[in-house]
Design a binder for this molecule. Structure first.
Ligand code: HEC
Length: 271
């Protein structure tokens, strides 16, 4: 930087050399002395090569620190909302990644199942590696977007591709209004209350519904096909009355008659 910005003619040697070779700078970035060549030299002035370490890295570190501080402040002053506790029995939950990953998620839809690793691993890792290697591949001194058509085009194409995929992902995400229930039975309010009680009482420590739950007791995913609500109600009150020495605790003294009935209604609906 220091060299390029030196005023023309300041250094007598430059003036002499510039006079001998007008209109062109001497290859060391020193502008020639005469006016028109000086103008040209300004236009073509080489952008100052800034050493990556420590100069550039220092600037980057400051920006990273500022971003980190802002993030911490956001976390402190705007409570980060948590989603409800994961519920394996919910049939209305539409799993979607955070918005900034939506484009990868959408990309996955365009790749045949057998080639899934291409979209989940090869492309992201390859792209990450390319970003890391970029400073070694692109050694040109030019920084401006217009002077680097290849890099600029690649960036524009990639960013608009990602934006397009994101928009597409948002448009194809079903509304979580409830009526869009994908799997599992529709529950009436009584059964829904029973479902919540089932979670609160941690029945899933011993029982499995769908993919989640313990294996001490029998799986209850389709318990409604084996037992009706009346049977389940009686059983929940006192399992040992039906299965002598049952390891399952009785709920007669822990839940009201109404609550046991709600759970029985819920379980009987699992068919
Ligand atoms: C400590 C483990 C345990 C817990 C907790 C538990 N269960 Fe059970 N449950 C069992 C076992 C074991 C059985 C199998 C029958 C037996 O041995 O009594 C069973 C059987 C059942 C059955 C009958 C299934 C069938 O097909 O015959 C139902 C319904 C049931 N449990 C519901 C519940 C509900 C609802 C809760 C929570 C309120 C619950 N269980 C909590 C262990 C448990």
């Amino acid at each position: 930087m220091a060299i390029e910005e030196r005023e023309p003619g300041r250094d007598p040697n430059t003036a002499i050399r510039a006079a001998a070779r007008p209109r062109v700078d001497d290859g060391h970035g020193r502008p020639p002395a005469d006016a028109s060549a000086g103008l040209q030299a300004t236009r073509h002035r080489r952008e100052s090569p800034e050493p990556f370490f420590p100069d550039f890295l220092f600037k980057e570190a400051i920006v990273a620190l500022a971003a980190f501080i802002i993030l911490v402040l956001v976390v402190i002053y705007f409570r980060v909302p948590l989603e409800p506790v994961a519920d394996p029995t919910s049939s209305t939950y539409v799993p979607r990644p955070e918005w900034y990953f939506l484009f990868v998620f959408e990309l996955l839809k365009h790749v045949p199942g057998s080639q899934e690793p291409i979209a989940t691993t090869v492309l992201p890792v390859g792209f990450g590696a390319l970003l890391i290697l970029l400073p070694f591949i692109d050694r040109g001194p030019a920084r401006g977007a217009r002077r680097r058509p290849l890099a600029t085009t690649a960036a524009v194409v990639l960013l608009s591709g990602a934006a397009l995929l994101t928009v597409q992902a948002i448009r194809t995400t079903p509304h979580t209004g409830g009526e869009q229930a994908a799997v599992g039975p529709k529950l009436d309010p009584t059964q829904e209350a029973g479902r919540l009680l089932y979670q609160q009482m941690k029945c899933d420590a011993c029982h499995k519904i769908g993919a989640e739950g313990g294996a001490t007791g029998p799986e209850l995913t389709h318990v409604g096909t084996r037992r009706d609500a009346k049977w389940i109600h009686t059983f929940l009150e006192n399992p040992s009355a039906i299965v002598p020495k049952s390891p399952m605790p009785g709920y007669l003294d822990k839940l009201s008659h109404n609550e046991i009935e709600q759970m029985a209604q819920y379980l009987a609906a699992l068919k």
